[in-house]
Design a binder for this molecule. Structure first.
Ligand code: ADP
Length: 308
């Protein structure tokens, strides 16, 4: 399982900081969250000609007039060989638009974590392609993949993955700090205020509730101005009320702050906060449907697909 395979801050793409100051991070969001609403979130990094990790519209939908932040094409992942072969993903084609909140559900072992790993550039497919923000992860050199993961993809985990000795600002600022941004604390603070933690800026994780810790993690995910937020069971360690608040916060991330959110959850109630549901079974997408906000929508879809 992906939580077992790789945990901790390295999954944030922050373990390979570059020695030199980084022009992209410094220029990605000069005026902070207050200036990021709307399509500018996508163009900010792209405006920097020195970055190879930019959205390349021509490669990702410009010809058709459609834009996607994430697209997979025939994504396949096979573990093992012969009798022990497992097709964790078997020809998955999905796409996520800018500012869209999509949830992925399916029975244990259906390939959800493998899919998230592929989208986050944490694992390589056996065949097929993964395009994130116009970059083909399957052909990107390692250093560029690390850069893209750190700057264009935000990660939110079930277990928060905060650093215990750092306070909320330092935790939320971590990807920026490691990236050499000189305004890291300032940008992190703006995000913490936005996610409702203005009065907890200098508390360490053990001084925060689970819901508050997950808010710090969401602020950390947003601090680099990503195009995409990947959330792996983000409410799995939370009580019902806090879980609802985090689901609503992820709605806000997509609807107000225009990031694409892709969330894996086993909880149909939490899934119902998303705009679209992708149902998986045996490594394949078995349904892909819009949700209308009704709390029962995902359950009904799972029943229809024979997954309950
Ligand atoms: P889910 O997240 O939906 O529970 P996973 O993506 O974790 O499913 O797993 C999909 C399938 O791939 C399962 O059969 C699982 O046992 C298998 N699998 C996942 N990771 C590995 C691995 N590293 N080696 C071998 N098999 C794996």
């Amino acid at each position: 399982m992906w939580r077992d395979r790789k945990t901790g801050p390295d999954r944030l793409g922050v373990t390979a900081p570059q020695a030199e100051p980084d022009p992209i991070t410094a220029s990605a969001d000069p005026s902070g969250p207050s200036a990021i609403a709307g399509p500018s979130v996508i163009t900010a990094a792209s405006a920097d000609p020195t970055s190879s990790v930019t959205r390349t519209e021509a490669a990702d939908g410009e010809a058709t007039g459609e834009r996607t932040i994430v697209r997979t094409e025939g994504l396949t992942k096979v573990y093992g060989a012969g009798d022990s072969e497992v097709r964790a993903l078997d020809g998955v084609d999905i796409s996520v638009s800018p500012g869209e909140f999509v949830t992925v559900m399916g029975p244990s072992g259906c390939g959800k974590s493998t899919l998230l790993n592929m989208l986050g550039g944490l694992d390589t497919p056996t065949s097929g392609r993964v395009l994130v923000d116009g970059n083909d992860l399957t052909t990107l050199p390692d250093d560029r993949l690390t850069e893209l993961r750190r700057r264009r993809i935000g990660f939110v985990f079930q277990s928060f993955n905060l650093i215990p000795v750092l306070d909320a600002v330092e935790n939320a600022a971590l990807p920026l700090t490691l990236d050499g941004a000189d305004d890291a604390d300032e940008r992190a603070t703006r995000w913490l205020v936005r996610v409702g933690l203005a009065d907890r800026l200098h508390n360490r994780p053990d001084e925060l509730s689970g819901g508050q810790q997950q808010r710090v993690a969401v602020a950390r995910a947003l601090s680099t101005d990503p195009a995409l937020v990947l959330a792996d069971e983000p409410t799995g360690n939370l009580d019902s009320k806090s879980a609802t608040e985090i689901a609503e916060l992820l709605q806000q991330v997509a609807a107000e702050w225009h990031r694409s959110v892709l969330m894996v959850t086993h909880d149909p109630r939490i899934a119902s906060y998303a705009q679209r549901l992708i149902l998986m079974n045996d490594g394949r997408v078995v349904d892909d449907l819009p949700l209308d906000g009704s709390r029962e929508g995902p359950i009904r879809a799972m029943e229809r697909a024979g997954l309950l």
